[in-house]
Design a binder for this molecule. Structure first.
Ligand SMILES: N[C@@H](CCC(=O)N[C@@H](CS)C(=O)NCC(=O)O)C(=O)O
Length: 214
């Protein structure tokens, strides 16, 4: 089986990178340089008209959307138990990832690029501030979920990788999450994982490459 992950530094494609690594999968990473618009190149648009990452290509078949990709990885490498085995708990995990993707991510995207949601001059700060306020409410919910726990379930599963990305992105936008002690502890725990260390080293090497090419 040939597995290819389309990825760009800093993006949510880091979640499936971590999950594939945790699965022990062999996979090739094809990196897109967003700064050079490679996600909007005719070649990439042919395989992903949404011009987004992550995109997984398995033996030539494409799969977009993080939640589907994470679920595919978990199902394809069951020995890694990347989703809980109990069916109800499995759906709870999918629910969490859907929320990361559809509930948390859109507010992070607004901070990243306010004009994509509002092009009225002078509203940029307001868009960012509203997104930050919403994110604080969402991180409080996660903080309560993680209270007394190392991970969302009784061991590392795919939603941990997905939420790790959300929290990392929020920190990159300098949101003060220090009040959310359980989220902070989760982030620190995730940072210790070899899969995350591998991702961070890979990301750095790509960022250095892009900086040289700029
Ligand atoms: N719902 C999608 C969101 C993917 C997404 O928004 N990816 C961003 C990076 S975090 C992207 O590729 N943006 C490029 C663009 O919109 O042109 C998922 O969960 O996979």
């Amino acid at each position: 089986m040939e597995i290819v992950l389309y990825y760009a530094p800093v993006t949510c494609a880091l979640a499936p990178f971590i999950t594939l690594t945790e699965a022990g999968a062999e996979f090739e990473v094809r990196t897109l340089n967003f700064g050079k618009g490679q996600n909007k190149s005719p070649e990439y648009l042919k395989i992903n008209p949404k011009h987004k990452v992550p995109l997984l290509v398995v033996d030539g078949n494409t799969l977009s959307e993080s939640v589907a990709i994470q679920t595919w990885i978990a199902r394809t490498f069951p020995q890694a138990t990347l989703l809980p085995t109990d069916p109800w708990q499995e759906l709870q995990a999918i629910s969490l990832m859907s929320w990361c993707s559809g509930g948390i991510h859109p507010f992070l995207a607004r901070i990243n690029s306010p004009p994509r949601v509002c092009d009225v001059p002078g509203t940029e700060d307001s868009v960012k501030n509203l997104a930050a306020t919403n994110l604080m409410e969402l991180f409080k919910i996660v903080d309560d979920l993680l209270a007394g726990r190392q991970f969302f379930f009784d061991h590392f599963t795919a939603p941990d990788a997905h939420f790790f990305w959300c929290q990392r992105r929020a920190r990159q936008f300098e949101l003060d999450l220090s009040g959310f002690k359980h989220c902070v502890a989760h982030f620190e725990r995730m940072m210790q994982r070899p899969s995350v260390q591998k991702l961070l080293a890979f990301e750095k090497s790509i960022q250095d490459e892009f900086a040289k090419a700029a």
